[in-house]
Design a protein around this ligand. Sequence first.
Ligand code: KG4
Ligand code: ZN
Length: 370
Amino acid sequence: MGERPRLVLGLESSCDETAASVVEGARLVWSSVVATQAELHAEYGGVVPEIASRAHAERITPVVRAALDRAGVTLAEIDAVAVGHRPGLIGSLLVGVAAAKALAWALPGRDGGEGHLPLVGVDHVHAHLWAAALADGDGDDPGEIAYPAIGLVVSGGHTSTYRLDGPLTLSRLGRTIDDAVGEAYDKAATILGLEYPGGPNLDTLAVTGNECAHDFPVSRLGAGSLDFSFSGLKTAVLYAVRGTPRPKHEGGGYPRDLHEVSDRERADVAASFQRAASRAVVLKLERALAHLHEGGVRPRSLVAGGGVTANSRLRVELAALAERADLELRIPKMRYCVDNAAMIAGLGGAMLASGVRDDLTLTPVPTTAC
Ligand code: KG4
Ligand code: ZN
């Protein structure tokens, strides 16, 4: 007994990716399957909640089956079920939570008793901060995260900094007061006429642009504020592309249509936007770090997570900051930057190991705990 690896099945359905994963312990990924719905939402330029929850309901069973197949295991070999139960779109979360509860209830516990499999609800945002600890078994194990750490989540729904004292011990330092940075990327991409989801496309376009072409605003908020704001940047991009709106007595509207904007100009706007967005993130990280130092906390690592950590410009900025501040930079492998269930199964595994578990009354919650 005790020799067999403990396998956690993780489910993720908080937004527009249906995902399942099998993780050994808390870090070793046996399989990670992600079915993206991007093509279903592209025509609307954003996630349509009703379409998302219906697609999750259709896909969750095949995705779980694929995760088990790729891991080479059956449900009988799974020891626990973890599910992202907050934050997210309520209809989407419901699908994952209902599936996880059904699986946990239907499968007998490993103790030989009458019980069912342990179940644990995982905070999706906190799971993004665990993604950098995941190993694939490909010989490239990033190792344990050194705590205390300063955490950064940059995604389509969240932009926050954290103090991390362990995988389960964290407190938020700052957060966005309006748009998330990924949302700003997606909106700027829409203004530039790029396909949804725009963040990665804007990243590609920016490579060919001059990032000093526009001096876009980097929001600071109050002198000591640790919070973020991206709505002003988005508006600045709109005006740079379409011109400043005309007053009503001159007919209103924008002076230029998108088709009048050259490829060169679009690339310059993309690059300048990316520079301003990355600077805003790094500026607030520096403030959060100074805040921790003032409180006598000296972080050893900078742990980043969320879809925007896939951004090439931000990755360079984060590497430079980590170097300046003598922090070990922990950015997830590309496949674990965006939404996935391996981070859910992994953090779920860490929670279970420290005795945290939920019962079948687990319910989805639209907001993060902190
Ligand atoms: O973490 P994630 O998959 O979902 C949420 O929890 O929101 O993040 C998705 C966000 C989207 O806004 C997407 O445009 C952005 O991450 N994103 C990027 C890049 N790849 C994904 N933004 C900028 N550059 C990228 N390379
Ligand atoms: Zn996410």
